[in-house]
Design a protein around this ligand. Structure first.
Ligand code: C5P
Length: 408
């Protein structure tokens, strides 16, 4: 019953599978959802406003500036009313418009004005789906945080076969139920995660420091995704250029020692994800004055920073229920990462090859292998850090639920 009382704003787009929206409305009603429907101009060519209003038992919204609106701003009211927006079918044209940020009709305006969970249910011919322009637009929307249900492989209305067939109303319901079930569970149980990210700076004197190239993007995206999945997330971040969203709580720190102190304050936590590139070494002391060029270099003595991940893994009293580490390597990546996972008592380690200039540090792309201590290994080929974060977050959620099940 996880859809019970959820307010769903259904946008019916202009494709042959629009007729399935009628079935979906009935299924959503059986799950006790409240439904409001926007019918697009092209959607109207496939289903009538009368069929929808008869089934949904409410007025169908069509125009941004309709006479029936009585001066009310429907696009704002609808976007605030909804718990989730569902676009069915999401055509290649609709996807293209959304990716450009168009707001030339009620449907696109509502989505642009909304910060609610938006699910796109694509349906189109296989060539249209595979076209580079569509794939680029999908990627843009994915990076904006939209979720996709399908498409499926199968025979299409045009007679061709391939990817592009719309998910069935039952598949859509099952996706939504699962999504809200997990989200509600994590919220209700107040499950908390702490994510570390970015580099640290270890000051030698007031102007010089030891640091590294980490941009903090991968950890930030994971924190954002965990939070969107209902986990109360705190991000502890070293200095980065990220414009943090206010969806998550961010604690900004500078040095490894400060990061260590902040993470200790968040204990006990349910989930900890250490993506930070904490500097391994730090000066024994920071000089109050700027060191002169001709300083005796023996004056700059280094010591090890505390290893936060290892501290968490070996902390018998306060070990997070799920501990995830990252492993940046340039050779023997899998072997070295598995060793690290065992050494630091992690449940999952995400290995990435930082020898390539195109992925890893300070770029928007990554290529990683997720290694679990149950022996499962999943390689994710070069993708945006946002995409990789979504896969890692899903894995974290599922592993956490498995652990909870085992403990109960
Ligand atoms: O041993 P190595 O530094 O390669 O391990 C990397 C993992 O350990 C990452 O998850 C990183 O965030 C974490 N780490 C840490 N504190 C340190 C060094 C690394 O949490 N001082």
């Amino acid at each position: 019953m996880n859809l019970k009382n959820k307010k769903i704003l259904l946008i019916v787009g202009g494709g042959i599978s629009a007729y399935k929206s009628l079935d979906l409305i009935r299924l959503l009603q059986r799950k006790s959802c409240s439904i409001k429907v926007i019918l697009t101009k092209t959607g109207k060519k496939f289903v009538t406003s009368l069929s929808i209003s008869s089934l949904s038992k409410s007025r169908v919204f069509e125009d941004t500036f309709g006479e029936k609106n009585n001066g009310k701003m429907d696009h704002i009211a609808l976007s605030r009313w909804a718990d989730a927006i569902l676009v069915l079918p999401s055509t290649a044209n609709f996807i293209s418009k959304l990716s450009r940020g168009s707001a030339d009709d009620l449907a696109t305006t509502v989505i642009l004005a909304s910060d609610k969970e938006t699910f796109l249910v694509p349906a189109m011919n296989v060539r249209m789906w595979e076209h580079k322009a569509t794939q680029k637009n999908l990627n843009t929307l994915f990076n904006y945080g939209y979720k996709f249900i399908g498409p499926q492989d199968g025979e299409m209305a045009c007679g061709e076969y391939g990817k592009g067939k719309m998910s069935s109303p039952r598949q859509i319901i099952s996706y939504l139920e699962n999504f809200f079930k997990q989200k509600d569970y994590f919220k209700k149980k107040n499950i908390r995660a702490t994510v570390t990210t970015g580099p640290t700076r270890e000051y030698i004197d007031p102007v010089r420091y030891i640091s590294n190239e980490s941009s903090g993007k991968q950890g930030y995206e994971i924190a954002l995704e965990l939070s969107r999945l209902g986990v109360k997330t705190t991000l502890i971040s070293g200095p980065t250029n990220i414009n943090y969203s206010n969806e998550i709580k961010v604690k900004k720190i500078v040095s490894g020692k400060q990061m260590f102190n902040e993470i200790k304050k968040t204990l006990p936590t349910d989930i900890a994800v250490c993506t930070a590139a904490v500097s391994d070494f730090k000066p024994l002391m920071k000089n109050k004055q700027k060191l002169k060029k001709k300083v005796n270099l023996d004056k700059i003595q280094l010591e090890q920073n505390p290893d936060i991940l290892e501290f968490l893994g070996k902390n018998n009293r306060n070990k997070p229920k799920l501990l995830v580490g990252f492993s940046a390597e340039t050779e023997n990546i899998i072997k070295n990462s598995i060793e690290k996972m065992h050494e630091k008592h992690c449940d999952i380690i995400v290995a990435n090859d930082v020898s390539s200039k195109e992925t890893g540090f300070n770029v928007d792309f990554n290529e990683v292998t997720i290694i679990e201590n149950n022996g499962e290994i999943q390689k994710i080929k070069k993708s945006s850090k946002k995409f990789i974060a979504a896969i890692i977050a899903k894995k974290i959620i599922n592993s956490f639920l498995d652990i909870k099940k085992r403990l109960n």
